[in-house]
Design a protein around this ligand. Structure first.
Ligand code: NAP
Length: 258
């Protein structure tokens, strides 16, 4: 049960943070893992670290997910390296802060280009390979921010993360006949390089708002992604699952101290 041996997995945004955690779980479970991001130097060091985790192949592929030609090349390179793609983890995303009265059209376009269009381009680029797999899996990294919660400064980001779920539901219907499932993980606050940039005060405040009392780890997301990628998860599609230590549950701050 639950083997990922011989699965060919492509994870975008996987040089660090949640994407790296997802890639590490798949590599440790014996899958062949291709990681994709923009920085070649970061790809090389992440590949070296992932290589030590399991018996599968590991490859690093340069991509800008907001560019459809680049995602096409990424998918072809991954499929050539492994002989196919069984699992796409569309994880690459950005979360720059911009309050509404200061947000420029360029700020909005950048977030939508990477987070929304990037997700769609990656799925489109991998479609033929996922279809050939016969058990294709798409796992999208969305967020609790947007689909469930909000936070000042991230209205554009929240819109992009909710848009991913709208895309997911119809993609799940369109691709079901090809035996491809499409699901989304909604991380809460996960301690990544990107989140650490928000500063100590932000991280401490977030930890206080989580019933589990602590931020999550990238591997917490990776373990759900790995399960959704198994053959046993074949009947789960179009679903969004929060992995957040219970962060969305309290009705008020009193609920956390009561
Ligand atoms: P992170 O630590 O900043 O890492 C982002 C990764 O994405 C890097 O590998 C980065 O590499 C890559 N990337 C960024 N822009 C890209 C582009 N245009 N094309 C290809 N790769 C790109 O971020 P994270 O915190 O792990 O977040 C990852 C995902 O989880 C995002 O979708 C985010 O919305 C979601 N999420 C995070 C949290 C959290 O608490 N951390 C919570 C909810 C949801 P390069 O810069 O080299 O391209």
């Amino acid at each position: 049960m639950f083997t990922l041996n011989n699965k060919n997995v492509l994870v975008t945004g996987a040089t660090k943070g949640i994407g790296y955690g997802i890639a590490a779980v798949f590599a440790s479970a014996g899958a062949n893992v291709a990681i994709a991001a923009r920085s070649r130097a970061d790809l090389d060091s992440a590949v070296a670290a992932l290589d030590a985790l399991g018996p599968g192949l590991v490859r690093g592929i340069s991509v800008d997910v907001s560019d459809p030609q680049s995602t096409q090349q990424m998918a072809e390179t991954a499929a050539d390296a492994f002989g196919g793609i069984d699992v796409l983890c569309a994880n690459a995303g950005i979360f720059p802060e911009a309050k509404l009265d200061a947000m420029t059209p360029a700020d909005l376009a950048q977030v939508l280009d990477v987070n929304v269009k990037g997700t769609v381009y990656c799925v489109q680029a991998c479609l033929d390979a996922l279809t050939r797999s016969g058990a294709g899996r798409v796992v999208i990294t969305s967020s609790i921010t947007g689909p469930i919660t909000g936070f000042p400064g991230w209205s554009h980001y929240g819109a992009s993360k909710a848009a991913q779920l709208g895309f997911m539901r119809t993609a799940a219907i369109e691709l079901a006949a090809r035996r491809i499932t499409v699901n989304a993980i909604l991380p809460g606050n996960i301690l990544t390089e990107g989140l650490a940039d928000m500063g100590e005060d932000y991280l401490a405040g977030m930890a206080r708002s989580i019933p589990a009392g602590t931020l999550g780890t990238p591997e917490d997301i990776g373990h759900l992604a790995a399960f959704l990628a198994t053959d046993e998860a074949r009947y789960i599609t179009g679903q969004s699952i929060a992995v957040d230590g219970g962060q969305i549950l309290p009705e008020s701050l009193d609920a956390l101290t009561g």
